[in-house]
Design a protein around this ligand. Structure first.
Ligand code: ATP
Ligand code: MG
Length: 297
C-alpha cells in the first residue's frame, strides 16, 4: 500500500491544499479529501503515512455521528457512490478519505477547549499563570488537569502562520456577542461529551479544536473533528504531569526528527520505513481504541 500524497481530480476545481487535506468545489458544496500527508513541527514531511487520510476521515465520521445530538454538522455524505457523477471517475482516490460537505461561511475563530495544560496553554501559563488571559491557580505542571475545562479561542491564521490565542472579548469583537457566546457554549459541551467518551476508552482528550460555520439553517460544526491532527489524545494509564506527554499518534515521528537534529526548517525530511509503519499502527490503534471498531485499510 502506498501513501496518497496529492489528489488529482482533473477538471474539478481545486480550492486549495492544506497541510493534510485537499479541498474541491463541487456544485455549491465542498469536497474535503484527507491525503496521507503528515506534518510535524508545522511542516509537511516528505513521506506520507499510508492510509492516514482514511483513518482520520473515518474517525471524524464517528464523532460527527456521536455529537449530532449536540449540534448539526456539515456532512452531506462520505459514500463515494452517492457523490455527484463528475466525481465517479476518481472513486479510487476518494474512497474512505473524503467527505462531501455543505459549504458554510466559516467563523474566523478556532474554537479550542482545554481540559489539561499543554502546548501553547502551558507556555502562556508559565509566562503569567493565565491561559487566554484566564487566571489559573499556582502550581500546575505541563500536563496537569485544569480545575475545569476552558474555552481558549485562537485566531485562524492563513497559509501556515501560527495561530495565536486570543481573549474571549476579542472573539466578541470579531463575531459579535451572541455568536461568541454560542461558540463557547457549543465548544465546551462538545468537549465534555467527547472527553467522557475518550475516558470510557482509557484515553484522555487533553484539548481539541473545533471550527464552526454558518449556513442558512444556522450554526453548524464543520472541518474535521476530534482527530489526532486537531486534538491531543493521551494514554490515561501513563498520564504523568511534569513534562510533555507522549503523543498518541506522532511520537515516533517527533522522536525520529529530534534524533536526526532536523533544524525544523524547509525542506522537511522523509521518514524511514519502520517509523512509517509504527506511526500507521499508532493511528490505527487510536481509531480502534476510540471507536471500538477495526479499520481495514
Ligand atoms: N463546511 C465548510 N465550509 C467552508 N469551509 C470549510 C468547511 N469545513 C472546513 N472548511 C475550511 O476548509 C479548510 C480546510 O483546510 P485544511 O484544514 O486542510 O487546511 P488549512 O486549515 O488551510 O491548513 P492546516 O493544514 O494548517 O489545517 C479550512 O480553512 C476550514 O476552515
Ligand atoms: Mg485546518
Amino acid at each position: 500500500m502506498t501513501a496518497l500524497l496529492t489528489t488529482n481530480l482533473g477538471e474539478i476545481p481545486l480550492l486549495g491544499r492544506g497541510k493534510v487535506r485537499d479541498l474541491y468545489a463541487v456544485d455549491g458544496d465542498l469536497l474535503l479529501v484527507a491525503t496521507d500527508r503528515i506534518s510535524a513541527f508545522d511542516h509537511v514531511l516528505a513521506t506520507g503515512i499510508p492510509g492516514k487520510g482514511r483513518i482520520l476521515t473515518q474517525m471524524s465520521l464517528f464523532w460527527f455521528d456521536l455529537l449530532a445530538e449536540i449540534v448539526p454538522n456539515h456532512l452531506i455524505t462520505a459514500e463515494v457512490a452517492q457523490f455527484p457523477a463528475a466525481l465517479q471517475p476518481y472513486a479510487a482516490q476518494l474512497e474512505g478519505r473524503s467527505m462531501l460537505v455543505k459549504r458554510a461561511k466559516m467563523f474566523p475563530v478556532e474554537c479550542v477547549a482545554r481540559g489539561y495544560l499543554a502546548g501553547s496553554g502551558w507556555k502562556e501559563y508559565q509566562a503569567g499563570k493565565t491561559v487566554c488571559g484566564i487566571p489559573l491557580p499556582d502550581g500546575l505542571l505541563d500536563g496537569s488537569r485544569l480545575p475545569e475545562p476552558l474555552y481558549t479561542p485562537s485566531t485562524k491564521s492563513e497559509g501556515g502562520a501560527h495561530d495565536e490565542n486570543i481573549s474571549y472579548a476579542a472573539t466578541e469583537a470579531t463575531v459579535g456577542a451572541a455568536d461568541a457566546a454560542e461558540l463557547r457554549r457549543l465548544t465546551l459541551q462538545l468537549y465534555a461529551r467527547a472527553a467522557a467518551h475518550a475516558e470510557s476508552r482509557g484515553m484522555i482528550l487533553a484539548d481539541t479544536k473545533f471550527e464552526f460555520g454558518r449556513t442558512a439553517e444556522g450554526i453548524i460544526l464543520a472541518d474535521e473533528v476530534l482527530t489526532p491532527d486537531s486534538s491531543r489524545f493521551w494514554e490515561a494509564a501513563t498520564w504523568k504531569p511534569g513534562g510533555a506527554q507522549p503523543s498518541f499518534d506522532k511520537q515516533f515521528v517527533r522522536d525520529y526528527l529530534e534524533a536526526i537534529h532536523w533544524n525544523k526548517q524547509a525542506p522537511a525530511p522523509g521518514l524511514p520505513e519502520d517509523v512509517v509503519e509504527r506511526t500507521q499502527a499508532k493511528y490505527l490503534e487510536a481509531y480502534r481504541r476510540l471507536t471500538g471498531r477495526d479499520l481495514k485499510l
